[in-house]
Design a protein around this ligand. Structure first.
Ligand code: BGC
Length: 369
């Protein structure tokens, strides 16, 4: 190779490496009603940009290019902290959910022979950690390589859960992958189920429903629920049901079918038992938007994933840029343990004991095709 060509190649490699670097910046994002300041961290790598705030550990915005190179914000949310804090039922947009993602039946569970009572906030059940879950606390934050580490100490008895729980959630952006890593430790036996509750719309937030998008979930089984959306305990095959997403399928293709589960939830809102149950990071799901070419691939170490089609969005929430969020305007793929696990001995355990360290990883990869 000629010297000139070699120099050009070296320069191109350097420019590429530069654009793959993740730039992390921090800005104030308002104050809580009690004056506590909230910050927002921006993680930027190439054309991907993620914004994470210390309130609720919320992924507030995610910019990703489509196949034509044009960027769009592909997560639902609000423009200001005030809207997150003051909107009653803000749908958990983008938030970290804890101590227990999804529902616990009748807001009760028994551990080591003792019954614990939780706040009731969803019909007869407890949803997403209670009245003031991890989505509503201001996390401590510090910049780390490629991202931000959020930490929170949940006191013994917080929202009815036993043990002082120390939690750390690390958001890092490497190339086109946003990695969410959860760690936790307790000083008493407890139960724990952590997730992130981002609503995606690969065509761009607020632009329409997610029904034309295509989905694949690497799961041969799911956990059907009763009318209050508590798992019956059955781990049922997806074969020959509208819950079979083992091949990329249009989300809206079967959502209107006469199916009891779809009726209960007014759309998809169930937990899939992933084929990968060995705790190693593996592909769990993929969403593809034929219109813009955007692809979201989800990898997780978790054993379950809650796929929810924004059935309870009803046009009452006005989000970023004045967009009104209607039914099915976003979808969630919440990597987690199965809902109501403490009340089902046949589900993978959600117990955490002193001396053990909870650790789980989810990676969101953004690409196009
Ligand atoms: C649940 C839905 C619930 C939603 C709240 C999802 O994780 O599965 O049933 O309505 O969270 O926004």
């Amino acid at each position: 190779m000629k010297l000139g060509a070699l120099l050009l190649l070296m320069m191109a490699t350097f420019v590429q490496a530069q654009s793959d670097f993740t730039k992390v910046t921090k800005k104030p994002f308002g104050k809580m009603p009690d004056g506590t300041p909230v910050e927002i961290y921006t993680l930027k790598s190439g054309k991907i940009e993620a914004r994470i705030m210390t309130y609720g550990g919320i992924l507030q915005a995610l910019q990703a290019p489509g196949r034509n190179g044009r960027d769009a914000d592909i997560v639902l949310g609000f423009d200001s902290l005030d809207q997150y804090v003051k909107t009653e039922n803000s749908a958990y947009f983008g938030a970290i959910i804890g101590r227990f993602a999804n529902r616990i039946a009748h807001a009760k569970f028994t551990l080591d022979g003792k019954t614990y009572t939780l706040p009731v906030n969803d019909g007869p059940n407890s949803l997403h950690g209670g009245l003031k879950g991890f989505d509503k606390v201001v996390w401590k934050a510090k910049e780390i390589k490629d991202g931000v580490e959020l930490t929170h100490v949940s006191k013994d008895g917080d929202q009815g859960y036993p043990g002082t729980l120390r939690v750390a959630v690390r958001y890092t952006l490497q190339g086109n992958e946003l990695r969410i890593e959860y760690a936790a430790a307790t000083d008493k036996d407890t139960v724990l189920n952590l997730t992130n509750h981002s609503y995606f719309n690969l065509a761009g937030q607020g632009t329409g429903t997610i029904l034309p998008e295509e989905l694949k979930i690497n799961a041969s089984y799911y956990t059907p629920t009763d009318a209050t959306q508590i798992p019956t305990g059955e781990i049922a095959p997806v074969a020959d049901t509208p819950f079979d997403f083992r091949k990329l399928t249009v989300i809206g293709a079967r959502i209107g079918e006469n199916n009891q589960q779809l009726h209960f939830a007014r759309g998809y809102d169930d937990n899939w038992a992933l084929d990968n149950q060995n705790g190693k990071l593996a592909e769990a799901a993929e969403v593809y938007d034929p219109a813009t070419g955007r692809v979201l691939t989800v990898f997780t170490t978790e054993s379950g994933i809650q796929f929810y089609t924004g059935n309870f969005l009803d046009g009452t929430l006005t989000g970023k840029g004045g967009h009104v969020y209607k039914k099915h305007y976003g979808l969630t793929l919440e990597t987690q343990h199965y809902p109501d696990s403490p009340n089902h001995s046949n589900f993978p355990t959600t117990e955490l004991k002193p001396g053990q360290r909870f650790h789980s990883i989810t990676v969101l990869r953004f690409s196009t095709r």
